[in-house]
Design a binder for this molecule. Structure first.
Ligand SMILES: Cc1ncc(COP(=O)(O)O)c(C=O)c1O
Length: 404
């Protein structure tokens, strides 16, 4: 069916198209980038979203971990509405009230070694910036990253990402990235000895895309020590783990170590795109060497101030810790020969199956639960941290039924 622009416009005037029409339009005009599910989401509130037919779902995808404060969060809406009418654009070459306040807030939330922040628009951009800051500040060129680590899809971030299937058609990538097994200090020490030009080590506190693999506290402490000894920057990717997801404001707080750089994005904007890099005093930059037109724009800064205020007032860190414990405990009661392992930190949960996870995700979608994969065999849950216990019970029962 070929829809004209007029027909599409009619939608905005109130004549809604059918679900199949939107699917048809996206399939025809959108570049084929994502594996799609036949569900047209049109609105959301808290941990629930609604499709174009009016059907409601419990959202354990949360925009891939973005919707921590919940869909249509009133504090974020109010902050955005107020800012929309005042100022939406302000180049980084001028000062801005909301940007200044957000910078102060972000540095105040971070571990005490963190003194400054750079603002951009996404996770991959934050990683790109961290790579440049590390090279500029150390004069060294190479990096060590972890097997199964994921840091984004742009060329630098992709170079730091492990999964070869994401990379093979896009070579040559940025040279100088080496990979070692996650949570294994001996292999990391050997890599540092073998490569004398390491500027930084980049790790996620919990590997999200790579299978919900939880970092080991002793390992992270030893990495910190190694970085001190070898004059290497310790760069932590908090894009998925940051802003209360794991039960603390930042995932790294579980390990009691202080990184030199922390990359963040996703949840901080309450749904509005914003990312950044929190930096210690070891990071030096000079004007003219990096930048981003939209980075630190007043609208995203206002949204982030609203989202963080909500996180702090509602103690979303505590909520994530308690709800995560409840979910893990209940999931562990499921007796199914199809489950290999269940693991998680806060509301970042992975259920590793002994089979491919895709059919399970499809079946849960049919039952009104949105979930996502992590690799090919792990069912991942990243619900808004405001999810209610009664919705968590529904999720648990449906997963139990599907895996029985
Ligand atoms: C740990 C981690 N780093 C970086 C990224 C890239 O973020 P973005 O998709 O905003 O570029 C992601 C995205 O899922 C991520 O999980």
């Amino acid at each position: 069916m070929n829809k004209s622009m007029n027909e599409v416009k009619n939608h905005f005037l109130g004549n809604s198209l059918e679900a199949m029409d939107y699917i048809e339009l996206e399939n025809r005009y959108g570049l084929s980038i994502y594996p799609k599910r036949n569900c047209v989401i049109v609105k959301g509130s808290g941990a629930r979203v609604v499709d174009s037919t009016g059907r409601e779902y419990i959202d354990c995808v949360g925009g891939h971990g973005v919707a921590s404060v919940g869909h249509a969060n009133q504090m974020v809406i109010d902050a955005i509405m107020e800012q929309v009418e005042r100022l939406m654009v302000c180049s980084g070459t001028f000062y801005n009230d909301k940007r200044a306040l957000l910078m102060e807030k972000l540095v105040g939330l971070a571990p005490s070694t963190i003194k400054r922040v750079y603002l951009c628009n996404s996770g991959a951009e934050a990683i790109e910036a961290a790579i440049k800051f590390a090279r500029f500040s150390t004069g060294k060129k190479e990096f060590i990253c972890a097997s199964r680590g994921f840091h984004g899809r742009t060329m630098g971030a992709l170079s730091a990402t492990h999964n070869p299937t994401y990379k093979e058609e896009f070579q040559p990538l940025v040279p100088g990235f080496h990979f070692v097994p996650f949570n294994k200090i001996i292999e990391l020490q050997t890599a540092v000895e073998t490569h004398p030009d390491i500027a930084g080590i980049i790790l996620e506190p919990v590997q999200g895309e790579g299978g919900v693999n939880i970092g080991n506290a002793d390992y992270f402490k030893q990495v910190r020590e190694l970085c001190f000894r070898k004059n290497i920057l310790f760069i932590v990717d908090e894009v998925q783990t940051g802003f209360c997801r794991t039960g603390k404001m930042f995932g790294i707080e579980h390990f009691d170590v202080e990184p030199d750089m922390m990359c963040f994005a996703k949840a901080v904007g309450g749904g509005i795109p914003i990312g950044g890099v929190l930096c210690s005093d070891k990071i030096e930059m000079v004007p003219g060497k990096h930048g981003s037109t939209f980075g630190g724009n007043p609208l995203s800064c206002a949204a982030a101030l609203g989202a963080i205020k909500f996180m702090q007032e509602q103690r979303l860190d505590v909520q994530a810790a308690e709800k995560g414990e409840f979910l893990l405990c209940k999931l562990n009661e499921i007796s199914s020969p199809r489950i290999r392992d269940i693991r998680g930190m806060g509301l970042m949960i992975g259920i590793e199956l002994k089979e491919k996870v895709k059919p399970v995700i499809e079946e849960l979608l049919n039952r009104g639960i949105l979930t996502l994969p992590s690799g090919t065999t792990v069912l991942r849950l990243l619900p808004p941290l405001v999810i209610e216990y009664k919705d968590l019970e529904i999720v648990i029962n449906e997963i139990k039924d599907v895996l029985k």
